[in-house]
Design a protein around this ligand. Structure first.
Ligand SMILES: *[C@@H]1O[C@H](CO)[C@@H](O)[C@H](O)[C@H]1NC(C)=O
Ligand SMILES: *[C@@H]1O[C@H](CO)[C@@H](O)[C@H](O)[C@H]1NC(C)=O
Ligand SMILES: *[C@@H]1O[C@H](CO)[C@@H](O)[C@H](O)[C@H]1NC(C)=O
Ligand SMILES: *[C@@H]1O[C@H](CO)[C@@H](O)[C@H](O)[C@H]1NC(C)=O
Ligand SMILES: *[C@@H]1O[C@H](CO)[C@@H](O)[C@H](O)[C@H]1NC(C)=O
Length: 436
């Protein structure tokens, strides 16, 4: 609907050199500029899409180690969608370049961490100590060379659901550079213990981009890196923007995967039309928005079925969309052949050549559909028996009627949009990606 409107408006300008330009923001009180070039950095594709954390792999592992198979689900099967950035941890020696740590970007958490070269690796199931190489991280942070001032009474203990990976470390003060912006006194964690289920061989860190409320140090909440950038005036606009590319089958590890801009918008070539703005519901501490869900067998199947109004977290590190159970069932039944729930994988799966339905989130009154190319995610790893399995982009997020129900708008949807996370105005702004 929106795209058609834009096309017809642009058409009015035919004959002139330039058509009438739409406002950059549909709300006249919002104005955000493009971030300076040096603060727009390239996102990097997941280093090892061939690793999926799924029951299948668990089962294989359990068989190898002769341990019982737990009834775990497969929330990270979409691993190939998660982008990384190169983060710089500063050096103790003035003038020396810092250490580059390949780090996942996460709008759904707020702690930033890196693995110390002095960490202990353990097996995830048995917790028995292993060689560091067993955990298979990328380049570690070396605390003998880099700045890390231990806050001795504050620790970070993370556990990842559902795989049960455990990370433990100390909070401390380090100098962190993202793009061209440095926070000299960033509060971060150095991981000294990891019970980790096979790293990807390249990453050894994470950049948490959420609000202070989501920080999880033992000594209490603190200001994460982006908040410090804002408070210290390192960025004047309290906004960062993400344009995350859809992954291609067979991409190279760490290939370009889109753009992140700190303190403004990404390069204008990434989007077209106007940004639609909606308030962030900060109750949960997440970047959550209230929206509608509509769907039909095809985009022409009007009127569309109304899937409800609910609250979803926009998270750069959740792959699929999670919607209320009735909508998940109905949407998956509209694939042809239908996507069926697979209890082993805990996802809806369909043949990779299935016809996909039309599904859109209605955000700020604008219908923002899934790109059909993102409706089925191919299993990027050729596990025997799963070579031709594709995952539906819509998973079962549970009951929408319970108190504080929260759902997820995943990376699959985000591939077709540019999203500005505007802490200053407490809003998210969405524009269509320019075709790519
Ligand atoms: C990360 O940064 C380092 C230092 O600038 C560079 O050598 C390395 O190639 C970068 N990695 C990627 C994947 O861009
Ligand atoms: C930080 O200090 C605590 C308390 O002395 C210690 O247990 C911990 O290992 C230290 N962490 C690092 C990364 O040096
Ligand atoms: C941690 O130590 C700092 C500095 O010594 C102190 O100000 C703070 O109250 C301590 N916090 C806790 C939770 O013990
Ligand atoms: C899940 O999908 C795989 C691959 O198609 C299949 O082998 C397995 O039996 C399915 N499990 C269930 C419970 O349907
Ligand atoms: C989809 O692929 C299957 C084999 O995986 C094939 O039997 C079927 O004919 C294909 N359907 C279409 C519509 O191409």
């Amino acid at each position: 609907m929106f795209a058609l409107l834009f096309a017809s408006l642009a058409g009015i300008g035919l004959g002139g050199a330039v058509g009438p330009s739409l406002p950059l923001f549909t709300r006249s009180d919002i104005s955000i500029r493009e971030a300076p070039a040096e603060n727009r950095l390239q996102l990097l594709r997941n280093p090892n899409p061939r690793l999926i954390k799924a029951n299948t792999r668990k089962a294989l592992r359990a068989r190898r180690h002769n341990t019982p198979v737990a009834t775990e689900t497969a929330n990270t099967v979409f691993s190939g969608v998660y982008p990384c950035v190169n983060l710089t941890w500063g050096s103790k020696t003035p003038g020396e370049p810092g250490q580059q740590i390949i780090s996942y970007i996460d709008t759904g958490s707020s702690d930033t961490w890196a693995v110390s070269s002095q960490f202990t690796c353990a097996d995830i199931a048995t917790k028995t100590p292993q060689l560091q190489s067993y955990c298979n991280f990328g380049n570690y942070f070396d605390p003998t060379v880099g700045i890390f001032d231990n806050i001795t009474n504050s620790t970070l203990n993370l556990e990842y659901f559902p795989e049960g990976d455990v990370l433990q470390g100390s909070m401390g003060i380090a100098s962190i550079t993202v793009a061209d912006l440095t926070v000299l006194d960033a509060e971060v964690a150095l991981i000294t213990y990891a019970a980790w289920d096979n790293g990807d061989g390249a990453s050894a860190g994470l950049l948490g981009l959420g609000y202070p409320a989501l920080t999880s140090a033992s000594a209490g909440h603190y200001d994460p890196i982006f908040t410090k950038m804002v408070k210290q005036g390192i960025v004047t606009d309290a906004v960062f923007t993400l344009a995350v590319d859809r992954e291609e089958i067979g991409y190279s590890p760490l290939a370009p995967a889109g753009q992140m801009a700190i303190g403004g918008l990404v390069d204008a070539s990434y989007y077209e039309g106007s940004f639609t703005s909606v308030p962030i519901d900060t109750t949960s501490g997440f970047y959550a928005i209230t929206h509608l869900l509509v769907y039909g067998a095809t985009s022409r199947a009007r009127p569309l079925t109304f899937g409800g109004t609910f609250l979803s977290i926009v998270d750069s590190s959740t792959g699929p969309n999670f919607v209320p159970t009735p909508s998940a069932n109905a949407i998956n039944a509209l694939f042809d052949p239908p996507a069926v729930y697979n209890a082993t994988l805990d996802y809806y799966v369909a043949p990779c050549n299935a016809t996909v339905p039309y599904v859109a989130y209605v955000i700020g009154g604008v219908e923002m559909p899934m790109d059909p190319r993102d409706m089925l995610v191919r299993n990027l790893v050729a596990i025997e028996g799963y070579d031709d399995v594709c995952f539906s982009a819509f998973g079962d997020g549970g009951d929408a009627t319970v108190e504080d129900a929260l759902f997820w708008i995943g990376v699959v949807w985000q591939h077709a949009y540019v999203i500005a996370y505007d802490q200053g105005n407490s809003m998210l702004h969405f524009a269509n990606r320019a075709p790519y």
